[in-house]
Design a protein around this ligand. Structure first.
Ligand SMILES: Nc1nc2c(ncn2[C@@H]2O[C@H](COP(=O)(O)OP(=O)(O)OP(=O)(O)O)[C@@H](O)[C@H]2O)c(=O)[nH]1
Ligand SMILES: [Zn+2]
Length: 356
């Protein structure tokens, strides 16, 4: 059996990188179970582990293979051995407050991220803003997928609110009930393209993926849902090849993905542009004369809400990059409303760190 890896998303870059390595075969990581991986090569699917030398040389957990990675492997033994992970074109990672290196890669080499949000209870523009930030930061292209259109009676208002933050990102409105919008979703997953789905639980990600896959996966998903202990783990695929040729990455980690702050400048491109017109280069956009951001708020072209969520994200990002002591100091420096409030923020951040 010879497998054409192009069907698994192989592009010219990875193909080139794979050719230069003598004696090593090219593989894509399709599943990860702790230290055991599943890979696909031209010779079929195999289980794999990382080489001892690789484990020794890579102390940063984000250097280890993740679902979607392209890797160089040897296939001589029963279990294949991963010697090298090829440079990633995009990385979806889990938040790690204060210590980027403690982050965990949830998926690699994703081309398109479908940010799913339902048009009923889950709809929240501020949350979408944060998902977009995360998507830009990953280097994958976001597409906004609004689900459950059948349960929404004020679509124009919601779309208008969303347009304040979507910054030209494609928005698809769909419904599993009526089938509306599915053609547009399918069009965003052409053959060879790797996509991932993020969004709150219950917004309809599985429904969407099943629809893209056709009948077969529905059964697979039901098995998974019935047994979260993983007895049927082999039937749950983390990397799916759609009948139409697109590739879907759906790892457990993706389902638990927490929002985190990423490419602020890009998500708030409008504010970044305004800031270049402020009188002072180090303008904080609070009380300085000649502030273009405040002027935009006054004239109504920028909402206070949007500016506030920009400030909030900015604070969180600055906070993320500091160590524990610096963080405490930074909070005090910034003078929170009260010292208690400051303590509470630090406590929350620590609790968050400990939970990992
Ligand atoms: N009315 C309506 N219900 C939908 C639609 N899409 C999904 N649902 C329902 O919403 C519920 C949750 O859908 P799922 O596809 O399981 O949601 P999910 O995002 O995969 O959830 P997690 O697996 O927890 O992450 C199911 O009962 C679906 O039938 C839709 O467009 N309209
Ligand atoms: Zn300003």
């Amino acid at each position: 059996m010879t497998i054409n890896l192009v069907n698994y998303g192989l592009n010219a870059n990875f193909e080139q990188a794979g050719k230069t390595a003598k004696g090593l075969a090219l593989a894509r990581v399709t599943e990860q179970h702790h230290n055991l991986y599943r890979i696909v090569t031209t010779q079929g699917e195999r289980q794999a582990t990382v080489a001892g030398k690789f484990a020794h040389e890579n102390t940063d957990p984000t250097s280890f293979p993740a679902v979607g990675d392209w890797a160089l492997v040897t296939l001589s033994a029963d279990i294949a051995v991963i010697h090298q992970v090829l440079p990633r074109q995009s990385v979806l990672a889990r938040e790690a407050v204060g210590d980027r290196k403690a982050g965990q890669v949830i998926a690699a080499n994703v081309d398109t991220i479908f940010i799913c949000m339902s048009l009923n209870a889950d709809f929240n523009v501020r949350r979408m803003e944060r998902y977009l930030t995360m998507a830009w930061d990953s280097q994958a292209m976001p597409v906004i997928v609004l689900t459950k259109a059948d349960l929404c009676d004020d679509l124009p208002a919601k779309l208008a609110a969303l347009s304040e933050v979507s910054m030209g990102v494609d928005v698809i409105v769909c419904s599993a009930k009526t089938g509306a919008g599915y053609d547009k979703v399918v069009a965003q997953v052409p053959a060879g393209r790797t996509v991932a789905f993020v969004g709150s639980s219950g917004v309809g990600k599985s429904t969407l993926i099943n629809r893209l896959m056709g009948q077969t996966v529905l059964a697979t998903k039901t098995i998974r849902a019935d047994d979260d202990k993983g007895r049927h783990a082999t039937t749950f695929r983390q990397l799916l090849v759609l009948p139409t040729g697109g590739i879907v990455i759906d790892t457990p980690g993706m389902r638990e993905l927490q929002l985190y702050t990423g490419d602020l400048e890009r998500t708030f491109a409008d504010i970044a542009t305004l800031a270049t017109q402020c009188k002072f280069r180090n303008c904080t956009h609070t009380s300085e004369p000649g502030c273009a951001v405040q002027a935009a708020i006054q004239s109504g072209t920028l909402t206070t809400e949007r500016f506030e969520s920009y400030q909030k994200l900015q604070r969180e990002m600055a906070y993320d990059g500091l160590n524990a002591r610096q963080r405490e100091q930074a909070k005090i420096d910034r003078m929170f409303g009260s010292k208690n409030e400051m303590k509470q923020v630090v406590r929350q951040a620590k609790a968050k760190n400990n939970r990992k």
